[in-house]
Design a protein around this ligand. Structure first.
Ligand code: FDA
Length: 304
């Protein structure tokens, strides 16, 4: 069976996208994890989630943008998204990746692009979550996040439990009063920066989750792992943290059963809804998280 490491390696090879697209039925397979190609597809998916008592976060798929024209087109897309959220009356915020906004081109340029989105979100009374990418981007991402948080306040960060550095980053973000999305981390990282074993990542996740819940700030606990979810529920109960004082977050199309169950139980549940044409790296990371998903893909490709 293909390994997680091999799938993460393939996720960095965007040139393979065209090969996959030529496979009959492949676009249907991606639909399990991606809401569609345009804003209206994402709005339709979010309306359905809202009806089921869940909130959402828009993700216009894109990363590692190499041209200013592409970065600016992404900024415009996010400005449109914020307008559509208001016009359609959906309950959703937005998530952005800084390499999509030009971080690989120039940090100040990226800051200016991100500022336009955060400023527009402020006008719309909305919130921007800055996704965290691979560890070569962590410092720059945090620098831009801190500046924007200081200027506007309506912005939160993602921190990854697999990095050794994250406990300190959590402490710093909590000292600022910032909202954190805690996740395990999705990128291929060297052993020097990240825990190589799942058991250590899980233990760190639980340790950091406790800090977050004790902080009195509204955070997102982003995981599909039933053990992490059970640990969060139990800790909240013991510490008398009310169910509306934090939210669980999951990815579109993953563990839908669990998403509905938590919402029914009265927990706040936010779904990350990706859409757009640049789906390849996002899709491959989802396969890497659960190599059994490769069987799902193969079954669907060859069933007809
Ligand atoms: P884990 O990988 O241990 O999986 C636990 C169980 O969950 C599996 O056994 C399976 O049942 C289910 N599961 C997990 N992934 C699945 C998949 N792809 N398909 C089917 N089942 C699956 N990462 C990052 O580096 N930066 C970021 O900004 C974000 N943002 C983000 C937002 C949100 C809302 C979520 C939920 C996750 C992220 N992530 C992320 C991804 C995160 O780091 C991590 O890679 C995935 O959530 C998988 O980790 P789990 O915590 O689900 O546990």
């Amino acid at each position: 069976m293909i390994s997680r490491a091999a799938l993460l390696y393939l996720s960095q090879k965007s040139e393979l996208k065209d090969f996959f697209l030529k496979l009959p039925g492949f676009d249907q397979v991606t639909r399990r994890f991606i809401a569609g190609e345009n804003i209206d597809d994402a709005i339709a998916a979010i309306l359905e989630l809202n009806r089921a008592g869940m909130t959402a976060t828009f993700d216009h798929l894109g990363e590692s943008t190499a041209s200013r024209a592409e970065a600016e087109s992404d900024v415009r897309e996010y400005l449109r998204v914020l307008e559509h959220i208001e016009d359609a009356g959906v309950n959703s915020n937005v998530s952005v990746k800084l390499t999509q906004l030009g971080l690989d081109i120039d940090e100040d340029y990226c800051l200016r692009n991100a500022r336009r989105i955060v400023e527009a979100a402020k006008r719309h009374d909305n919130f921007v979550r800055i996704d965290m990418e691979d560890s070569s981007k962590t410092d720059a991402t945090l620098r831009i996040f801190r500046l924007l948080y200081g200027e506007y306040g309506n912005v939160g960060i993602v921190l990854q439990a697999y990095l050794y550095r994250t406990e300190k980053d959590v402490d710093d973000a909590l000292a600022m009063g910032a909202r954190i999305r805690l996740c395990k981390g999705a990128y291929k990282e060297p052993e020097g920066v990240a825990f190589p074993h799942k058991s250590d990542v899980d233990a760190n996740f639980v340790r950091l989750m406790k800090k977050l819940l004790r902080s009195g700030i509204y955070h997102g606990i982003a995981t599909h792992d039933e053990k992490m979810i059970a640990a969060t529920k139990e800790f909240a109960l013991i510490e008398c943290v009310p169910r509306d004082a934090f939210e669980f977050q999951m990815l579109y199309g993953i563990r839908r059963d669990l998403q509905f169950k938590l919402a029914r139980e009265g927990y706040r549940m936010r779904i990350y809804v990706p859409y757009g044409e640049y789906w390849y790296p996002y899709f491959m990371r989802r396969l890497a998280e659960r190599p059994a998903n490769v069987w799902f893909v193969l079954k669907n490709l060859f069933k007809g």
